[in-house]
Design a protein around this ligand. Structure first.
Ligand code: ADP
Ligand code: ASP
Ligand code: MG
Length: 862
């Protein structure tokens, strides 16, 4: 026994961390390590995963039968875990099971539960789990003392707080507790185990700290014990730039200051409860976030020792269920006292305000629902009172999306392209925090996920910051899930062949036919589709087209040139397998396409109005503008008013009257909303729009949902889950079995199959910046210059050498934009090395030119 109050360490384990035998085995060895290092351990843990939700259900249920069912599920979950741990739940938890039965019966009978009863029910989750926890660690030979947290943590009365929040989101004192330290010293235990989430008030009644509150308990204990460290053990290996379960390319944040962590937690990163940082911060106790599943991972450290250097967006977070209160004031707000009076109403109702934005006649504020759980109960009265001062509108179903980092003001200009994503989203409120750590937008909730995804890709995945960011969730998790998400690319296994090719042939695009075949087979796994069409503009290489032809794909052509090319390659092709989908093409191209007998798509009412005779009696397709665009860069976003593609829906009635009058049959409808889409629901949504439009056109048989399947362009990006795409489409198919569904991927089928190889010509060092010059540049690959697209670049000749130099990879073209990649970490490159630019199978060679009279890279299929 150490009996030294100065080496306490507090470990907190969350719900998933305490719900399996393998995690308990990890917990035991973590405890053994800490104890052998001489620490005294205060272990705080949550209820088993999902139990707090079930307890909430019991509180809400008024039928005894339903409540019995949930009760039985709760017991069974504890029995199952106890079984795995070699324990007997019915014996260990008999008291808690009985209390829960009585309380839930009472609630079901009375059809209501007072706040204190609710707290007692909720507290049972942690009480039950810790009883199992302590029995298990004891069975493993550890001398642990179970403590009832309600005897150790006392809540404090908070002025203006509602009764509900005093009992259900209680707050405790954060000062050091010498008395407790002394008591524990006297008792002499080196390991105490207690509950997160629960405390008691002045009259010893049970209170709880709000959902997710175990983190907060742990931080209170750390403050009380003046612990050396607070470790939060959870189901992810640290705090990430975004929720890693939503954005697999989210990057680990290795170090954060308290202020940054506070900002990220406050703005919705569930991994830390926002209230858990302050108690540790006050006592300068470092917080570590660690992964229970793999204790060796470094995790995130939050402390005061973080250098305040880089100006950087470090994280993007989203808070759902934000409620906005819009106050229309007709200029009154500039009157002395208006804001004070209005805010006083919020105060009277115990509502805390989060964001504020003002204009001439409007003040809009947001309420953080976490802090305002009672809003719905007081809503009507509150609105009535506030209406006395101004016209009030409550806007719900909104989400706050925040860019978080440091010195955000100084880097706003760099966010220019990121802000393009707001072009087609309605933004209700924008707010920049005075502390310069956050920039927040409130948008409709159904837009939020997409927005976060786009912002993350633009602002964080493309960031070259090396110091703050660690690996991505996918990279870390890859080694834990048989490597599937982070499989080696084909070219790593063909390195020698590729080097020889580049040395012999000069700059070259190399395409791997096996990889293409595999990709086609994956896409053919979308079984709800009746036909796939390859969009040949992505790559028109003859040998690749042959593969697609043999696999039964059709071809989507955007010019008569492409149509003729396909007919030349495959003279016997069934004309049904060719789609002609031009945009602003001359009349002659439509004439020719109709003669060839291929499907012709019109994307402008002009053609029907001006060239009516041409289409008289014909079958046609219509390209619809579904009204919104989607994609990785504005140049490839092809739906919405700012796009030149598609017939807007307001013109469809006129289209209808022309086609009816001239016996033109609309056989199919088509929409393509952009490229690089990773949202698996997107195609289903498009199909639904098309099905709606199809109600106006009785001849429609085919719905073509376009292409745009997002490719994982580099290792930082997420993968489009094809299984979920299929799920969406099959749901659609079930509801609308009368239509045949078509899709027309281009990039997705070829991008990852191609690499561009080029040898190093010269290197240059200009101060801090290094240039690695290669023999071809934007004349072969224009995407980085045109779209700012990011391609992984490796020095194939030195793939095993450590990457030590941050370099810009540039071509020989006389344009300062002739860069293939900037700020890339490469080994020290030498003249003649072969450099590989990955994922260049799409829109590479087809967009190349002989600019500067330099022949672009040739194509080789292997
Ligand atoms: P615990 O039960 O251990 O308290 P929580 O579910 O409360 O765990 O918090 C962990 C979860 O937080 C993760 O599974 C993850 O989905 C979510 N999360 C949200 N934002 C982030 C982020 N920026 N970094 C890490 N995790 C996050
Ligand atoms: N069990 C509580 C909850 O699920 C507290 C916690 O896990 O942090 O909200
Ligand atoms: Mg939690």
């Amino acid at each position: 026994m150490t009996n030294n109050s100065h080496n306490w360490i507090v470990l907190k384990f969350g719900g998933t961390s305490v719900s399996s035998l393998s995690n308990w085995q990890n917990i035991t060895s973590i405890l053994q390590d800490k104890l052998s290092e001489g620490y005294r351990v205060c272990l705080v843990h949550s209820a088993l995963s999902g139990i707090s939700n079930k307890l909430e259900e019991i509180i809400d249920l008024s039928s005894t039968d339903e409540s019995e069912t949930v009760l039985e599920e709760i017991k069974q979950q504890h029995r199952d875990l106890a079984n795995d741990l070699g324990l007997d739940a019915d014996e260990l938890l008999s008291g808690e099971f009985e209390e829960l039965e009585q309380l839930s019966r009472g609630v079901a009978l009375l059809e209501e539960a007072g706040y204190h009863v609710q707290a007692r029910i909720m507290a049972l989750g942690e009480l039950m789990s810790t009883k199992l926890g302590v029995a298990y660690v004891k069975s493993q030979g550890l001398d642990a003392e179970w403590k009832d947290a309600r005897m150790l943590l006392k809540s404090i009365p908070v002025e203006n707080a509602s009764e509900k929040s005093l009992v259900l989101s209680a707050i405790c004192d954060t000062s050091e507790d010498k008395e407790l330290q002394q008591q524990l010293d006297e008792e002499g235990h080196d390991l105490i185990l207690t509950q997160g989430f629960i405390a008691s008030d002045n009259s010893n009644k049970t209170v709880v700290l709000g959902r997710g509150g175990s983190d907060v308990s742990a931080s209170y204990f750390a403050a009380k014990l003046n612990a050396e460290r607070l470790e939060i053990w959870t189901d992810v290996p640290g705090m990430f730039s975004c929720n890693p379960h939503a954005i697999p390319s989210a990057r680990l944040l290795k170090h954060l200051s308290y202020a940054e962590a506070q900002e990220i937690a406050t703005n919705g990163a569930k991994v830390l409860h926002p209230r858990c940082i302050m108690p540790a911060r006050v006592h300068n106790i470092p917080i570590q976030i660690k992964w229970t599943q793999d204790p060796e991972q470094e995790g995130t450290t939050i402390s005061s020792a973080v250098a305040d250097d880089e100006a950087l967006v470090k994280a993007i977070s989203v808070r759902d269920n934000v409620i906005l209160v819009s106050m229309e004031t007709l200029g009154m707000w500039q009157q002395v006292g208006f804001l004070a009076d209005a805010f006083d109403v919020f105060k009277q109702y115990g509502l805390s305000i989060d964001l504020v934005s003002t204009s001439d006649s409007n003040v809009t504020v947001s309420l953080d629902p976490g802090a305002n759980t009672h809003f719905n109960e007081i809503r009507d009265e509150f609105v009535d009172d506030l209406n006395e001062l101004c016209r009030v509108e409550i806007i719900e179903s909104t989400s706050a999306v925040s860019l978080l980092g440091r010195h955000i003001r100084t880097i706003l200009h760099q966010l220019g392209s990121a802000f393009e994503v707001f072009q087609e989203h309605e933004v209700y409120l924008v707010s920049q925090a005075a502390n310069d750590l956050n920039f927040t937008f409130v948008v409709a909730s159904d837009q939020a996920d997409r927005l976060v995804q786009q912002l993350h890709e633009q602002v964080i995945s493309k960031s070259s910051a090396q110091v703050s960011f660690g690996p991505t969730w996918q990279q870390i998790n890859g080694s834990h899930s048989d490597g599937a998400p982070y499989k080696d690319t084909w070219w790593k296994g063909k390195r020698e062949t590729l080097i020889q090719l580049a040395e012999k042939e000069g700059p070259a695009y190399v395409y791997d036919s096996d990889h293409i075949t595999e990709t086609v087979d994956n896409v053919k796994g979308l079984e709800s589709l009746d036909q796939l069409f390859y969009a040949i503009k992505a790559n028109d290489n003859e040998e690749l087209l042959k593969i697609f032809y043999e696999k039964g794909l059709g071809f989507e052509c955007v010019s008569i040139g492409e149509v003729e090319y396909v007919l030349d390659q495959f003279p016997d092709i069934d004309r049904e397998r060719i789609l002609f989908t031009p945009n602003f093409a001359p009349r002659s191209e439509y004439e020719q396409a109709l003669q060839e007998g291929v499907h012709v798509t019109l994307d402008n009412i002009f053609a029907l109005q001006e060239w009516t005779g041409l289409f008289e009696g014909q079958d046609i397709f219509l390209r619809i503008d579904p009204g919104h665009g989607h994609g990785h860069h504005k140049h490839v976003r092809t739906g919405g008013v700012n796009s030149k593609f598609g017939i807007p829906r307001f013109e469809l009635e006129e289209v209808k009257s022309i086609v009816d009058e001239h016996n033109i049959r609309v056989k199919g409808l088509h929409a393509h909303i952009g490229s690089g889409i990773k949202d698996p629901e997107s195609w289903k949504r498009t199909a639904l729009v098309l099905a709606e439009v199809a109600q106006q056109f009785e001849d429609v048989e085919y719905l073509d949902v376009g292409g745009g399947l997002g490719v994982r362009e580099n290792e930082m990006q997420s993968v489009l889950p094809l299984g979920e795409v299929e799920q969406g489409l099959s749901e659609f198919k079930k509801a609308f079995s009368q239509y045949k569904l078509w899709m027309e991927p281009g990039r997705y089928l070829v991008a990852t199959a191609g690499v561009l190889l080029a040898r190093v010509t010269q290197t240059k060092g200009k101060g801090k910046i290094r240039y690695v010059g290669v023999e071809t540049g934007m004349n072969s690959l224009i995407r980085p210059a045109l779209y700012g697209s990011h391609h992984s670049i490796v020095n194939l000749s030195r793939i095993d050498e450590p990457a030590t130099q941050i370099s810009n990879i540039v071509g020989p073209i006389c344009e300062s934009g002739d860069k293939l990649g900037i700020d890339r970490l490469l080994p020290e490159s030498q003249e003649g090395d072969v450099v590989l630019i990955a994922n260049t199978g799409a829109y590479g060679h087809v967009m190349s030119s002989t600019y500067n009279m330099r022949a672009p890279a040739r194509e080789i299929v292997i």
